[in-house]
Design a protein around this ligand. Structure first.
Ligand SMILES: [Zn+2]
Length: 417
């Protein structure tokens, strides 16, 4: 028994490597990473490969009106909702071979294991490969998943064009896709969505743990803080007579790391942009504008930090200084389905694969699906935490581990026998 699983795992791993290697050749920038924009020639090549493998693994292939690909293994229950497994297959310009494809390939291999073990599911299993998650061609991102759940409608889609003015619908037709095919899916057709993704950060590698079970995809808040003071001559204004907008901003920013640490639970706070006015070497700054990016898997943490930044603003609004805070962006954290999280953890333990809980600091298609169906997500380590670059790398052994966990979870969710 033990040997059989071992052999199986090695076979799965070898196939994973072959899929990843092949898909990575479908790039517009050979030798300079993966550049696979949606509806490009490279999209078509990857698409053909994915569809071919789906067919080989006994799935019935269809595409929707966005070009998302679905490979379906029918269930025995009539009109039952599907268990979806997959990720996206587009890339950023000069990206890596794993962001997206690792999850698509994992879906394919789950289907392969269903076929090899001659399983008959009650609920259909669907391997899905999504378009335009990165938004590198048409902007915004998460287009394929947003389209499936109905957040991007026909009109919205018809308006989309790339930087060269090419409409998405025309680009689709250019590679032989049919935008008139059905787009939105009724949520009743989906039982669950499972996604494997590379971590794109250093945590799993540093901990030496091969699987992260995602608890939540972090919420994202951007604040813009504006500090107004009084300009003055750098030589003639005594120190006690100044209302220096930059010094106040600096005092505030310096407190953010501690603020994040106090909040805990992986809360991160970043100031990445700061503009100083008038920005002259010999002028006391009269205005400073800076951003505060706040992320956490728990909404409570995000709200606390927002309040603390506002409190800081009030406390620094002293004579001659005025601090205002504006909220530019607010995206709620998305918690993964608790039952699926437990299921994924249980299956990892049963398989003897070490795992830990983790939050996703980046957005994923799973985030979109989480409002419409039960979602679970796995992370595998990224070498040196790198992603969105040609150096992006993950161990195929880790993908194979994740496939086993997803396979067991999918078996349970589809009630396969
Ligand atoms: Zn991705």
């Amino acid at each position: 028994m033990e040997t059989k699983i071992e052999t199986n795992l090695e076979q799965v791993q070898a196939r994973i490597e072959s899929h990843i290697d092949t898909i990575s050749t479908f790039t517009a920038t050979p030798g300079k990473g993966t550049t696979r924009l949606t509806y490009s020639h490279e999209d078509l090549q990857a698409r053909q490969y994915i569809k071919l493998k789906m067919k080989e693994y006994g799935l019935t292939v269809r595409e929707d009106g966005f070009g998302n690909i679905f490979g379906r293994l029918e269930g025995t229950l009539k009109d039952a909702p599907s268990v979806l497994v997959g990720s996206h297959f587009d890339s950023v310009p000069n990206g890596g071979s794993y962001d997206g494809p690792a999850g698509v390939v994992a879906g394919l291999e789950v289907a392969a294991l269903f076929a090899e073990n001659k399983l008959t599911p009650k609920y259909p299993l669907e391997v899905i490969a999504l378009v335009e998650e990165e938004g590198s061609r048409f902007g915004g991102g998460l287009m394929g998943s947003r389209g499936i759940v109905g957040l991007l409608d026909e009109e919205g889609f018809n308006r989309l064009k790339d930087k060269d003015g090419i409409y998405a619908v025309d680009a689709m037709k250019e590679i032989g896709l049919d935008p008139s095919l059905p787009k939105k899916r009724d949520r009743k057709t989906m039982k669950a969505y499972l996604e494997l993704h590379i971590e794109q950060g250093p945590i799993l590698e540093e901990k030496g743990i091969p699987i992260g079970v995602v608890d939540a995809i972090v919420g994202l808040t951007q604040l813009e803080v504006c500090v107004k003071g009084q300009a003055g001559h750098a030589g003639t204004t005594p120190m006690d007579r100044r209302a220096d907008a930059l010094v106040t901003a600096a005092k505030m920013i310096a407190q953010f790391p501690e603020l994040a640490e106090t909040e805990g639970e992986g809360t991160v706070v970043t100031t990445g942009r700061l503009n100083v006015f008038p920005n002259g070497a010999n002028v006391i700054p009269d205005k400073t504008v800076f951003t505060v990016d706040i992320r956490s898997g728990k909404e409570e943490n995000v709200l606390n930090v927002i309040q603390k930044v506002k409190d800081l603003a009030v406390s620094y609004s002293e004579t001659g200084i005025e601090v205002t805070v504006e909220q530019l962006l607010y995206i709620q954290p998305k918690e993964m389905n608790k039952d699926i999280v437990s299921l994924l953890k249980r299956k990892s333990s049963e398989l003897g694969i070490p795992k830990c809980s983790i939050n996703s600091g980046a957005g994923h298609d799973a985030m979109v699906f989480s409002d419409f169906t039960n979602v679970g997500m796995l992370f595998i380590p990224s070498k040196d935490g790198l992603s969105h670059c040609p150096e992006e790398w993950s161990d195929s052994r880790h993908i194979a581990n994740a496939v086993q966990v997803l396979y067991e979870a999918a078996k349970k969710l589809t009630e396969a026998e």
